[in-house]
Design a protein around this ligand. Structure first.
Ligand SMILES: *[C@@H]1O[C@H](CO)[C@@H](O)[C@H](O)[C@H]1NC(C)=O
Ligand SMILES: *[C@@H]1O[C@H](CO)[C@@H](O)[C@H](O)[C@H]1NC(C)=O
Ligand SMILES: *[C@@H]1O[C@H](CO)[C@@H](O)[C@H](O)[C@H]1NC(C)=O
Length: 182
């Protein structure tokens, strides 16, 4: 049942995405917040996390998080989408996945997470696999525009929460706010 639902949501996602790419809607970052969680336990340290407005509807995201406990052999992520209507409410996606597995399978799996991290990869150091030995994770000047990424959601304001866990313990939370425009 679970996997049927999962497959179904992936199919809905691809159909919507196929439709989406023929439209003219676009996405733009509106805010970003990054934090080391209380359970972090000396594992990570966020160095910076910011947006830079480069042009009308063109905003770049950059972030860097130092990793203080290497190598990392166990890395999982929860990716949850929220829609703003009377506060931020959970919306459509709430997935928990093996980030190490994603890093080594990025091009072979079709899912929301592989789509997102596939788009970010060129602008990040997510071009390696586990065990993770580089002492940071970073994203450099990633902008949302028509050519980089699209999401099958109605116009409005949204937030993606990325929670990174290692060895099952939540370490960081990264909240990316964006707007879907006509
Ligand atoms: C990952 O990307 C960085 C920066 O672009 C590059 O210096 C590094 O060699 C790449 N690593 C791998 C394993 O491809
Ligand atoms: C969209 O992103 C691509 C890749 O980063 C960039 O080359 C292009 O100039 C951007 N388009 C606009 C309209 O900003
Ligand atoms: C990661 O560690 C947690 C906690 O020890 C464990 O439950 C989980 O199965 C591990 N994941 C992988 C892919 O090894």
């Amino acid at each position: 049942m679970r996997s049927t639902l999962h497959l179904l949501s992936i199919c809905v996602f691809c159909t919507l995405l196929a439709k989406e790419t023929t439209g003219t809607r676009m996405l733009k970052f509106t805010n970003v917040k990054c934090m080391d969680l209380p359970t972090n336990n000396g594992f990570t340290k966020y160095e910076f996390c910011r947006l830079k407005v480069v042009g009308r509807n063109y905003v770049e995201l950059s972030l860097k998080c130092s990793l203080l406990n290497l190598p990392i052999t166990n890395l999982t992520t929860r990716l949850q989408l929220f829609q703003r209507r009377d506060g931020y409410r959970p919306f459509l996606y709430n997935v928990y996945f093996d980030f190490c597995k994603l890093l080594s399978n990025m091009d072979r799996v079709f899912s929301l997470e592989s789509y997102i991290f596939g788009a970010v990869r060129k602008y990040s150091n997510f071009n390696q696999t586990c065990p993770w030995t580089q002492n940071y994770m970073s994203v450099d000047k990633f902008a949302l525009n028509f050519t980089t990424i699209s999401l099958p959601v109605p116009t409005g304001y949204y937030r993606f929460d990325f929670t990174f866990y290692s060895y099952g313990v939540p370490r960081t939370l990264t909240q990316v706010y964006f707007e879907k425009l006509e």
